[in-house]
Write a protein that binds this ligand. Structure first.
Ligand code: C2E
Ligand code: CA
Ligand code: CA
Length: 530
């Protein structure tokens, strides 16, 4: 009835009039004709001498009552139905608005992550070939920082418009997954070339200048592409593939697109496992100090040891610093590792002759940390290791990044009585500036000067030794090996080199194996004396 009413509002009064007519007609029929027949047929007494007026009164009364009993409930019912209908419609409208809000991004009016995932799941369930391009804006944070959030919002809206346009051109759908992350979704198979063209156009369009913030800005975009017919058939897995491909681009320099490659993902996982293993290694002190002897010239007796980090892996193998130090740098774990090495090294050295020195390699991030000298001094004091027997080795690369901070720190170390050696000298910047202006006590000539067959480097070594003499600095020659015998140690001593280090005098070894050697006479190699 409600439907009827809605479609044709005249229908109800018509229906009521018709009913009224029918009731009146039936009453007349009854009163004037049928009543006598029925009474007679039922053999009941019937007095037919009624006045017509009485009959009409009956007709009107019965019709009137019938109408009242029909109209009142109808009106009440109609009101109830109308109000139920209104509530229902209001509910439907609210539900629609809620769903729209939940599936659309209010800023860009693109579908949001939920809307996108719903669409992706739906299309994948229909076994459609789908490709997705995950687009992450490059350096968007700088726009927010420079132009505030309203400027950033303006840029996002314009990016959304550009992506909508690209999606329309290529029969795709654009979505904003959150923050500065967008996505383009294409149905049906598209070959690699077509997808590459779309991705390249997208990067180009996003990189064009924006007009919204007061000063025009430029952005970039990095895109990861995944395809359902190659990479994954499940929505979240497909998105994850695009994400991995996008991160590959971010790591490789941004403003580029990449297709998902599972070999790259395998490498990423291996890297993540290694990162995790190294975090544990630092925590559990699996990074241990090895010690390589440093001898004085010409006597070639051990005066100290360089502390070299080794990873004593749980499986018994040993990891080399060139493999794990760069990872620890990235993970920000060098300070923790160094602290642990200092502790272990000092404890090992407490069993040795108390004249021996320790030399510690210090990375760029640490040497420019203004708390480093005090923390190191505090740790040495705690370990009861005299400052005068401790040395830090730094490379010139470590100095150039933040020269002022490094200079302050080197002076502080000096003030404590800790000496400083410039490591790998001769292969880097080798600027005289560093030698004259900074508090450096010693230079360590890089081992590449003493590689097999490179005798031509000796004039250079001679020049370095001359320079160090004028600057009143000590010198250590690194990388002295057996094949340098018998001439090199003697030549170095004659030319004013104070110390030597290398396999000739000993390889880096664990603290436990050093203990015996240093309790014996400190001369290392009889042959080397020649
Ligand atoms: P480095 O400071 O120049 O250390 C000397 C490297 O030369 C050591 O390699 C040592 O084993 C190697 N070596 C010593 N004598 C000879 C020789 O006669 N011939 C040859 N061919 N090599 C020799 P290692 O232990 O693999 O260390 C490599 C680099 O890792 C070190 O170079 C240093 O830069 C870094 N490193 C090691 N331990 C630490 C550490 O605790 N902290 C930091 N920041 N860096 C470290
Ligand atoms: Ca060193
Ligand atoms: Ca070195």
């Amino acid at each position: 009835m409600n439907d009827l009413n809605r479609r044709n509002p005249c229908r109800l009064p018509m229906l009521l009039s018709l009913t009224l007519l029918t009731i009146v007609g039936l009453s007349i029929l009854w009163e004037f004709h049928l009543e006598a027949y029925v009474m007679h047929w039922l053999n009941l007494p019937y007095d037919g001498d009624f006045e017509d007026a009485e009959r009409w009164r009956f007709v009107l009364t019965s019709s009137g009552f019938s109408m009242i009993s029909l109209i009142v409930p109808t009106i009440v019912l109609k009101r109830m139905v109308t109000s139920t209908q209104l509530s229902y419609r209001r509910l439907q409208r609210i539900q629609f608005q809620t769903e729209t809000l939940a599936k659309y991004d209010s800023l860009s009016a693109l579908i949001n992550r939920r809307g996108f995932m719903d669409l992706l799941c739906e299309r994948l369930a229909q076994h459609r070939c789908i490709s997705i391009m995950l687009i992450d804006l490059d350096h968007f944070k700088a726009i927010n920082d420079q132009h505030g959030h309203s400027g950033g919002d303006g840029v996002l809206v314009e990016v959304a418009d550009r992506l909508k346009h690209i999606a329309r051109l290529h029969g795709g759908t654009a979505a904003r997954l959150g923050g500065d992350e967008f996505c383009l979704l294409f149905l049906d198979y598209r070959d690699e070339r077509e997808l590459s063209d779309i991705a390249a156009t997208t990067i180009q369009r996003v990189s064009e200048a924006f007009v919204e913030p007061s000063t025009p800005v430029r952005l970039g975009a990095t895109i990861g592409i995944s395809r359902s017919w190659i990479d994954a058939t499940e929505a979240s897995a497909l998105l994850h593939c695009a994400d991995t491909a996008m991160y590959r681009g971010k790591n490789a320099g941004r403003s580029m697109f990449n297709f998902y490659d599972n070999e790259y993902e395998r490498q990423l996982r291996a890297q993540a496992d290694l990162d995790q293993a190294l975090r544990h290694a630092v925590e559990r002190e699996e990074i241990v100090p090895f010690f390589q002897p440093i001898v004085t010239l010409p006597s070639q007796t051990i005066v100290g040891f360089e502390v070299l980090a080794r990873w004593a892996r749980p499986d018994g193998s040993t990891g080399m610093p060139t493999d794990f130090i760069p990872i620890l740098e990235r993970l920000g774990l060098i300070p923790a590792m160094t602290r642990s090495l200092v502790k272990q090294a000092c404890r090992a050295a407490s069993f040795w002759d108390d004249t021996l020195h320790l030399s510690l390699n210090v990375s760029a991030t640490m040497i420019t940390d203004e708390l480093f000298p005090d923390r190191l001094a505090e740790q040495l004091r705690h370990e009861r290791f005299p400052y005068e027997r401790f040395e830090v080795e730094i490379t010139e690369e470590a100095l150039v990044g933040n020269l002022d901070a490094a200079q302050r720190n080197l002076s502080k170390l000096h003030a404590y009585g800790i000496s400083v050696a410039l490591d790998d000298f001769g292969i880097g910047y080798s600027g005289l500036y560093h030698l004259t202006r900074l508090s450096i006590d010693k230079i360590k000539i890089d081992r590449s000067f003493f590689e097999a067959g490179s005798i031509d480097h000796l004039p250079m070594v001679e020049a370095i030794l001359g320079m160090a003499r004028s600057l009143k600095m000590k010198v250590t020659a690194e990388g002295i090996e057996d094949f340098h015998l018998p001439y090199l140690p003697k030549w170095l001593a004659e030319n004013g080199c104070h110390y030597a280090q290398g396999y000739l005098y000993g390889r880096p070894q664990a603290g436990s194996t050093i203990a015996a050697a240093v309790h014996a006479p400190l001369t290392v190699c009889a042959a080397a004396q020649n």
